[in-house]
Design a protein around this ligand. Sequence first.
Ligand code: APR
Length: 252
Amino acid sequence: MRAGGSDPIREAVRLLAERRNAVALTGAGISVESGIPSFRGAQGMWAKYDPMEYATLHAFMRSPRKVWAMLSEMVSVCGGAAPNAAHKGLAALEETGVVRAVITQNVDGLHQAAGSRRVIEYHGNLDVLICVSCWKRYPTRERWTPGGVPLCDCGEILKPNVVLFGEPIPWLAQEQAEEEARTCGVLLVIGTSAQVSPACDIPRIAKESGAAVVEINPEPTSLTASVTDIQLQGNASALIARLIELLLDPAV
Ligand code: APR
């Protein structure tokens, strides 16, 4: 089902209002308007840091101090960021029963900061550090200092509780995300290039299970032509605000 007619956003609103069991899958693009760079694209993190050198588990185990140079930038930027209208809009849609869960690839914690309660952190989060030797955990704020390399009491270097390339997705997050995708009526895919597996499989799982896939992104992605039913082209904060405005308009 492709968005017929001239107004895809009204079609999206109709589906959200009718089905009222939407799930959101978010990527770095939803946090761009909070000042957190995305990963891909000219200004992305991977234009500055080669992910094969800085974002794989192998790289971390081989050169943890080098990888911490990139991680420190992420911790600093995310620590100073606030939720934007898109995060707050999704929290409002959860409050009104339109959206029942957010599956996020982001590790910035901004969905929870905006008030979303059911957030599945598919790639972990930056709030916790784990010892790669004794597995002891610490709140990041207790052990990380800007530009520093956090150490465990046992002397080993600590790793953030994020999924680096080459690491498995936390099994509970993967199970929960796939169950949400299989049972939702609408999947809002917001701010992701859909290039990283297995997160990029979630829209296909939802589609094959009968959900309508609504994509919010200024650019088309690998999903747009084959999986997306309704493409809303633009920035997440403006489009989510417009969705909420129309959902509140009884004339829709
Ligand atoms: N609103 C909505 N989408 C936006 C905005 C915005 N204001 N600005 C940019 N985008 C879109 C871009 O067009 C792009 O499609 O957000 C997407 C960001 O893509 P990526 O940088 O690839 O981020 P993401 O898809 O989340 O990456 C997935 O890859 O590197 C790994 O683990 C990392 O979780 C990350 C995963």
